[in-house]
Design a protein around this ligand. Structure first.
Ligand SMILES: C[C@](O)(C(=O)O)[C@H](CC(=O)O)C(=O)O
Ligand SMILES: [Mg+2]
Length: 303
């Protein structure tokens, strides 16, 4: 029975994530801004779920500048991970402090049912990797962060992804050098932040032999490259971190404006997720196995 939480064990999800990384197929992980969005991502047929730090902060009404705490991230990421049978990777920013905090972050996210996390080499306070003015710590400092994280891991299948923000600061070659050092320190996956175009993704792929993750965030420094192109150059994972939130908020904003001017939401019904689709995603009818009084209604046409 997997109504109340995922039917797939944490270990099986981590094994699935690792199998995806070595499958030779591009793994596609959209960001889920909520547990419900994670259910939709699985239903549509994606390979995994991403929990974005930027989205988690925005959802709390905050900018993505390292204000969110380990507890906030663990609680929300855990709720998202539990809502789906897919593996979920969480954005752990810089690890919420010094290396020992990065280690504790691994323990907390393992306990919360995540399949993996990523740690980045930015200084605190961090900022979005696609903004100017960010900075990175020396390689040695990031290696301490990573080694602490790797040492804290109890499930050997829990994936530790290292993100380098160095491309926009120290240049492409420095980013490659850092990626190699991070892989040597035990990172299973490298997040190549803010590369500019397909040529750079291709060059990065040729320069290292560890699994690579591409960030297709909108309105940033990277050209929006298709899954087919990323697959062809040999990338292993693509995330669409903020995309579902941007889509939803775009629709919410225009809908709110229409309600304000028209005085009704009647013209918006076609664009809405129908009540019946929501109930399908929530598996509402199956809760009847516990209590047959729960789903004893029929939905009115057009309701
Ligand atoms: C991937 C990212 O770390 C995130 O938190 O989702 C962000 C995305 C964004 O702000 O567009 C980042 O690239 O820094
Ligand atoms: Mg982030």
């Amino acid at each position: 029975m997997s109504l109340f939480s995922s039917g797939v064990s944490d270990t099986a999800k981590r094994t699935a994530l690792r199998a995806g990384l070595t499958s030779g197929e591009l793994q596609r992980w959209p960001g889920a801004f909520s547990p419900l969005a994670a259910k939709l991502i699985a239903d549509i047929g994606f390979d995994g779920v991403y929990v974005s730090g930027a989205v988690l902060a925005a959802d709390l009404g905050l900018p993505d500048i390292g204000l969110t705490t380990l507890s906030e991230v663990t609680t929300r990421a855990g709720s998202i991970a539990r809502a789906t049978d897919l593996p979920t990777l969480a954005d752990a920013d810089t690890g919420f402090g010094e290396p020992m905090s990065a280690a504790r972050t691994v323990a907390a996210l393992e306990d919360a049912g995540l399949a993996g996390l990523h740690l980045e080499d930015q200084v605190n306070p961090k900022r979005c990797g696609h903004l100017d003015g960010k900075d990175v710590v020396p390689t040695e400092v990031m290696l301490k962060r990573l080694r602490a994280a790797v040492a804290a891991r109890r499930d050997p299948d829990f994936v530790i992804c290292a993100r380098t923000d160095a491309r926009g600061i120290e240049g492409f070659d420095a980013a490659v050098d850092r990626a190699k050092a991070y892989a040597d320190a035990g990172a299973d996956l490298i997040f190549t932040e803010a590369l500019t175009d397909l040529g750079e993704f291709e060059k990065f792929r040729k320069a290292v032999d560890v699994p690579l993750l591409a960030n297709m965030t909108e309105f940033g420094k990277s050209e929006l490259i298709t899954a087919g192109q990323l697959r062809d150059v040999g990338y292993n994972v693509v995330i669409y971190p903020v995309t579902t939130l941007r889509i939803a908020m775009g629709a919410v904003e225009s809908g709110l404006r229409e309600i304000l001017t028209e005085g009704t939401q009647a013209g918006l019904l076609d664009g809405m997720q129908h009540r019946s689709r929501l109930y399908e995603l929530l598996r509402y009818a199956e809760y009847n196995d516990f209590d047959s009084e729960l789903f004893n209604f029929t939905l009115a046409d057009g309701a």
